[in-house]
Structure formats: structure tokens, C-alpha cells
Design a protein around this ligand. Sequence first.
Ligand SMILES: Cc1ncc(COP(=O)(O)O)c(C=O)c1O
Length: 429
Amino acid sequence: MTPASLSTLPAPSVRRSADDDGQIARTAAARVPVSTHRDRVRAELARYSAAIGLTGIVRRHGSPLLVLDTARVREQLDLLRRELPAAHIHFATKALPHPAVVSTIAEAGASFEVASRGEIALLSDAGVDVGRTLHTHPIRSRADVADAYCSGIRRFVVDNPGELSKLAVLPRDIDVLVRLSFPNPAAGCDLSTKFGATEVQAAALVEQAIGLGVGVAGFSFHVGSQTTTVAPFERAIGRTTRLMSELEARTGARFSVLDLGGGFPIGYDEAVPDLAVLGAGIRNAIAASGRNDTVLLEPGRFVTATAMTLVSRVVGSSDRVDGRWHYLDDGLYGSYSNVLTEGVHPLVFAASELSGSSVPEPARERVTLAGPTCDSVDVIARGVELPVLGEGDLLVSPMMGAYTSVTASGFNGLEPTPIHVIDAGPLRF
Ligand SMILES: Cc1ncc(COP(=O)(O)O)c(C=O)c1O
């Protein structure tokens, strides 16, 4: 939608200027009783929207629109570095493979984790020194292996003998990390069933690598995406470091790398523990191992989720047997693909809830929010309490920067939601 066509819509409940935004957000934040997670996120989003002039951006660029703020990526990297200062960060490119994110991460001195040729090409095109990148997909075609090596990748994750043999054809300036599998059914997305070796299988892989003359730098695991307690990290660190010490004693190999993977959580519709809590538990578990390994992290969601804000619009509404439905111009086959593929539930706010108003609180009602496709699975949220909305009104979802646009499809001929990049700098409300 163009800015011109925006003006032909029924007036959405949005403000006219960034100054207005600031004024109104202060009023809204003051009025909102900060009690629930949703209220807290709403107050924060109101201040953020005002600070970046979100409604002005949407007026210029139309909807649906994802606003990507690279300053928020730097902020999240800083948080990780503050809590785990000794760890080397390898951003999981899959979470948001966007050139602006890649440049921001490279400029901040962090590195990358990749799983495919396309991701390597994205980094190379951005001028990244691919030599520090981890290739973590444990199953690769021989062509992928050759391409990764020729592109400059020197460290590969393995979890089975056949794939280790494929890597053994490469020159010996490569090394491997053996990926272990630790089930975590409580995670938002348990990654332990598709990939990862048991400790017994890992021991055999180390013996095989020694026989092939392939260096084993150390071990990796992923405790599961959206892991909200420290216990899975503590367990995985304890078991991995014990295995490393046992295998060193048994085989004479020396390992130096402990890769903790990703999994750091984001508080979408529920609060999650502060990173400081997870950080302290992880630091203690590493210290308790008595080892002195180089620690790697592969965070994806944590680095980019807060960096994108989605603005969508009510295209039409209908009263169904279960109440009022609003049909938006983005949905589960678009930016809300994280609902479908990740099982997360992003909060959705009416823009009018963020901009506040001097007029009395609008009436509210419980509604169903659906995406624009014909598929009945394309329902973003049910039973959401929102102000009464009409055609053209804007909706805003924060924390839409991880596994959203990247997992969207073109189903029903939908165009990808445009991504508008800003750098809002440090924000102090
Ligand atoms: C190997 C690997 N590393 C890192 C990540 C990033 O995980 P998260 O986004 O939970 O931090 C993933 C996610 O699927 C992964 O498969």
C-alpha cells in the first residue's frame, strides 16, 4: 500500500507526528496501570513507538511493514556480553538473515553460525570474514561441504560417522565440534530429536576423527529454543564437560571449545527470566567443571527478536458465531509465521492503545485476529481484548524479529512484508 492510498482509508486511530507521539505516549504510559506482562509490554511499546515515530514511518511506507531497528541488535549483543563476557558470540543467521543485521553483527565484532549455502553467500556478499563462521548443519551434501570449504568455512559441527567421513576429504586445516543431544521437552522448540549424538555415539565419533586425522576442537549442544530456565543449560554443561574430560583421559585428545548453542528466551506473551539469571547459572556451571575451554554461543532469537516491530492493518471484519473477527493484511503465512513454526504467541496491540488519547477509553471487545489467506489455520490469535476496531485501523506487534519474515511463504500470492531499516540508537525513556 502506498502512502497516497493510506490517506483514502477511514482515519486509523493513529497520531500525526513524532512530537504528538511523544506527548501521547507519555500520557498513555502514565494512564496504564503497569500490572500484567501485557501492560508492561504495552507501556514499553508505546514509548518505543513514540521514540522512533512509528506512525510516521507507516504513513510513509504503508502496511504491512516490519520496522527493523539495528540498534536493538547491538543492545542484545551487549546484554549477552555483559552476562557472559568470556563467550564468543556466533549469531544464528537463520533467525533473521538480513544484510543490515549481518553488517551490524560484524561491526560489533561478533561472528556467525550458518547452516546452508544461502546463508554463507549472504555473509560473503556482506563482506564478512567467513573464516570465523561455524557451519552447524550436521547433514550436508558433498557439494555443500566443498562449497563451504571453498567459501572459507573451517569449523564444522558433526553428529554421525557418515557425515564425518564426508568432511575427511577436506584439507586438515579444518576441525569439528561434536554435537550432543540433550532432550528438553519444556523448551519452546526441542531440537534434540532431529540432530545430536548420545554420549556413547560421541565417544565413537571422537575415536573415528582421531583415526581419520580430523581435529576435534570440542563439543556443542542446543538446549532447545526459548529455554526459560537455567537447569537445561546446567545439565548440558555438566554432562558435556564431564564427557570431554573422560575422553581426554581415555584417548589422549585435547579439547578446547565448549559451544552452548542458542536457546536464550524472549518474553512474548509471558515474562521470561532476566538474562542475568541464566547468565549466572551458566557461569557457575562452567566454573564448576574446572575446565578452561573457549566458550561459544549461537544465539538467534535473543539477538534479533526485539529488533523488529510489525505493523499490520484491518482489511475487513465480520461477525461469526464465536464473535467478531478482524482480518489483517499479514498473518501466519507471512510475518506471523512464528506462531505456526515456533509455537510462540506475539502480543498484538491496536495502535490506538499505544498512542493514547485525550478522549475517553474506547470500548473494548474480545476478537479473533486472522491473516489474509483463505486457509482456516491462518488465525493469529483468539480471544484478544482490543479496542473496537474498523477497516484501516493499525495493529502493532513487538518482538517480531526472529523466525518471522524468514519463515514466511508466498502462499495465496502474498507479497513478502517489506522490511524498513532504521537505527534508533540508544533509547533511554
Ligand atoms: C544449530 C543451531 N544453533 C543456534 C540456533 C539458534 O537458536 P535460538 O534462536 O533458540 O537462539 C538454532 C536454532 O534452530 C540452531 O539450530
